[in-house]
Ligand binder design. Structure first.
Ligand code: ADP
Ligand code: ASP
Ligand code: MG
Length: 418
């Protein structure tokens, strides 16, 4: 069997028929230049299609049934995989589309946010052995009972890296609309640094904290299964960012990247009893309802009472509100409130492990801009602050200016065209 490479093309890369034809040409050139390699293509839905399908479902009913929503969403990638396969055939290649079932991407039953349990690559291997180019529909899988599932927004990256792991591919290339991973979202910072290498830990944090250029689970798979992973542009694939082991980094700047998330809300439960099991009851109930908690802060107790605040993804907002309404009397708490007007801005870098004073500098930078921090959380390689949403972009730019050095030749001055 020849060495395999996986090439994943995101939504913008397959955004219209011209761009799909461009992808087909890129794959054909690769095959011509690398006759000793097999290639597996993974595609996202055409840009905007998944959003369109989500809106359509919400227009149809207030709360779409998750199983049916997955059937609907899976059609986005089905369409782009079929169109890409047709275009590859037009380029003279033997190509065939594979949906989540044919590609044997087995997931759990957690509709709209399913996790891949296993991949049986045999059918794909057999097609590859005939010299064929499989075009796998990203973002989807099937449950043990044969229902379609989807992997969460941005999930085609996971399909690509998981397939690369299952097929023992030589490398996985994520083709997108920017030339790799930058020190900040080029849509927010006009001058950013393009990174040649980022280590798994940093990339996982950057992705989890909002840099949607890669899905965090795809980074996890790459790290867990040792898949060489690169990000590059479909439109100018000359440079790329490699996601590597920390030991392979040439340099460890204190801050590698600045990122932000606008998808969280802040929940405050006030008048919580300080003793007893109120805290554990609250967080156990939230965990049982599948709510992911992020930053938690606790106010100083006044008498026997305190306030507790935490952030959760916006999408779990309805579940959290329903739960708190029932739970307040049991907790012995007086009230709760929700703040949707927040942003979480983070700085990430493995170099933070070896440097003191990062937090003090970050707070000084934010203070100089008149930005108040509402919550703070840190780990060895990141510092996150929750601030008022209106200051998000100012905070990203100010922290980027303060922490990221731009070297001539490594910075870009404009974002890519969407
Ligand atoms: P695709 O459709 O190809 O999967 P995405 O829109 O999911 O592409 O991800 C690419 C986008 O990620 C870029 O257009 C860019 O705006 C955004 N992005 C956010 N943070 C970063 C970063 N640090 N480096 C590169 N891109 C970033
Ligand atoms: N089409 C899906 C989305 O828009 C998956 C992906 O693009 O990776 O989230
Ligand atoms: Mg993406």
């Amino acid at each position: 069997m020849k060495p395999i490479v996986v090439k994943k093309f995101g939504g913008t890369s397959v955004g219209d028929l011209g761009r799909i034809r461009n992808v087909a040409k890129l794959v054909r050139s690769f095959k011509e230049e690398n006759p000793d390699k097999e290639v597996v293509v993974v595609v996202s839905a055409m840009a905007g299609e998944t959003n369109r399908l989500v809106s359509l479902a919400r227009e149809c009913v207030k709360q779409p049934n998750p199983r049916e929503l997955d059937v609907l969403l899976a059609t986005g990638e089905l369409a782009s995989s079929a169109l890409t396969a047709m275009s590859l055939q037009e380029e003279g290649l033997s190509a065939r589309s594979f949906d989540g079932y044919l590609a044997r991407i087995n997931t759990d039953e957690h509709h709209t946010n399913a996790k891949i349990q296993s991949i049986d690559g045999e059918l794909l291997q057999r097609f590859l052995a005939t010299g064929g180019v499989p075009v796998v529909a990203g973002f989807q899988g099937v449950t043990p009972s044969g229902d379609f599932t989807t992997l969460g927004r941005g999930g085609s990256d996971i399909t690509a890296v998981a397939l690369a792991a299952a097929l023992s591919a030589e490398a996985c290339y994520i083709y997108t609309d920017v030339e790799g991973v930058y020190s900040a979202d080029p849509r927010v910072c006009r001058r950013v640094r393009r990174l040649d290498r980022v280590c798994h830990e940093e990339m996982f944090e950057l992705a989890s904290l909002g840099a949607k250029v890669l899905h965090p689970r795809s980074v996890y798979f790459a790290m867990r299964y040792g898949v060489p992973l690169a990000v590059l542009s479909t439109f100018n694939p000359t440079r790329k960012t490699w996601i590597v082991k920390e030991g392979e980094l040439m340099e460890k700047p204190v801050v590698t990247g600045v990122t932000y998330r606008l998808d969280d809300i802040k929940v405050t439960v006030s008048g919580m009893p300080t003793g007893g099991d109120a805290l554990s009851t609250l967080f156990t109930e939230l965990a049982d309802a599948d709510v992911f908690i992020d930053v938690i802060t606790q106010s100083e107790a006044v008498g026997e009472r305190m306030n507790i605040s935490f952030t959760v993804p916006e999408e779990s907002s309805d579940r959290v509100i329903a739960l708190l309404k029932n739970l307040l009397p049991r907790l012995g708490a007086s009230d709760y409130s929700i703040d949707r007007d927040i942003a979480k801005v983070s700085i990430v870098g493995v170099g933070m492990r070896y440097h003191a004073g990062v937090a003090s500098k970050a707070f000084a930078v934010l203070g100089a801009e008149g930005i108040a921090t509402r919550m703070i959380s840190t780990s060895e390689i990141k510092l996150s602050v929750v601030i008022d949403r209106k200051y998000c972009e100012v905070a990203v730019r100010a922290l980027h200016d303060a922490f990221v050095e731009l070297e001539p030749g490594t910075e870009i001055t404009v974002g890519a065209e969407k």
